[in-house]
Design a protein around this ligand. Structure first.
Ligand code: TXA
Ligand code: MG
Length: 338
């Protein structure tokens, strides 16, 4: 996609602000990021402050091209890292590699590894090229809240705490990148995301493990998950056949219910629409027809449900394959106890 002169001008302005230690929200194909020059420690600290994020949650460093991988890690780039970078960058994949000397500790939360990614968005790439270095960025939302997929979401969340918002329209993928740790002997998926497990396995030629707890070896009580990606409304996950019964019982309990369903659920939803009481009318969020469409609309739909006054959002769980793995991860975190 070619960029207009105005877009190129904005990208250059964003790069200038970053170099001066400012914060820039920018579009990527996954979600919007809140960027700081990765080598400007003061700016990186401000990102943590604005997000309200604990200092031990490291930031991803975004760079303009795969050739920059070597500059941000230690001298020897592992064969798997180069293979994955070559196949999926630019794209929704973050590689965890040993931290290079130029990566400040404040970026990695003190860890000896760093997350690197080349985003597939023309405006982000123009900004990164104009900047020339690395841009450390988490998703541009307050800690624990829903990630932004439009510039309007960023402005609503961060207001004047960000110096510049690059508007690149709605994000294509809609959920965050897949994070793969390639710093150890075996690659491990730390967070499912826009690149699927199946796609990764296709490239490395064998099965890849998905880490399920935050710290390797840590035992967690079943069902105990960190609340994250959460709207104000309570999120309730159901198996498809239970959809109608759950909507009915939540409404009977006095809740204002929204459903985030697919076209396939239309016949289930239709009879639920008739209600004598407007206060309790069912809110039907945009119906989706694929995991890709659900990913693209998920975060905007959760925000819409809040704006429409829903107190409960009922979501049929997607199948645990392809993008469905990442969708279930985000939905389970949105539904986790606060
Ligand atoms: O799609 C994305 O990845 C978006 C866009 C803006 O690039 N970014 C994003 O960043 O989702 P954030 O900070 O919201 O989530 C990054 C996750 C965090 O959970 C962080 O703990 C993990 O990546 N992470 C970053 N560096 C790491 C490292 N060295 N080791 C393990 N996990 C790391
Ligand atoms: Mg985030």
């Amino acid at each position: 996609m070619g960029l207009t002169d105005e877009a190129l001008h904005d990208a250059a302005e964003a790069a200038r602000i970053l170099r001066a230690g400012g914060l820039v929200a920018f579009p990527t194909e996954t979600v919007y990021g809140l960027g700081a020059d990765a080598e400007h420690e003061g700016a990186v600290r401000r990102v943590f402050a604005v997000k309200g994020r604990p200092a031990d949650h490291p930031l991803i460093v975004h760079v303009a091209e795969a050739a920059m991988l070597a500059a941000w890690t230690t001298s020897a780039v592992s064969p798997i890292a180069s293979q994955l970078a070559e196949r999926f960058w630019p794209g929704p994949l973050t590689l965890i590699v040993p931290r290079g000397a130029r990566v400040p500790h404040v970026v990695t939360g003190g860890q000896e590894t760093v997350g690197l990614r080349v985003p597939a968005h023309p405006l982000a790439l123009a900004m990164l090229r104009a900047h020339g270095g690395g841009v450390a960025a988490p998703s541009a939302n307050r800690f624990g809240k829903v990630s932004p997929t439009t510039a309007a979401h960023v402005r609503a969340d961060l207001g004047t705490d960000v110096d510049f918002v690059l508007d690149g329209g709605p994000c294509d993928v809609g959920i965050e990148s897949t994070i793969v740790d390639v710093s150890g002997a075996e690659p491990v998926i730390l967070r499912p995301g826009g690149v699927t497990k199946e796609e990764l396995e296709g490239v490395i030629g064998r099965s890849i493990r998905v880490r399920t707890s935050k710290v390797e070896g840590e035992t967690r009580a079943p069902g105990v998950l960190e609340s994250h990606y959460a709207p104000n409304a309570r999120v309730v996950l159901v198996e498809r056949p239970e959809l109608a019964a759950r909507v009915t019982s939540e409404r009977a309990a006095g809740e204002r219910v929204a459903v985030l369903a697919s076209v396939a659920d239309l016949t289930t939803i239709a009879p639920l629409l008739a209600t004598p009481n407007d206060e309790r009318a069912l809110i039907v969020l945009p119906l989706v027809d694929s995991a890709e469409a659900l990913a693209q609309r998920l975060y905007a739909a959760l925000r819409d449900a809040d704006h429409l006054g829903a107190t409960v959002i009922v979501v049929p769980l997607p199948e645990a394959e392809g993008l469905g793995l990442a969708l279930r991860d985000r939905l389970e975190k949105a539904a986790a106890a606060r």
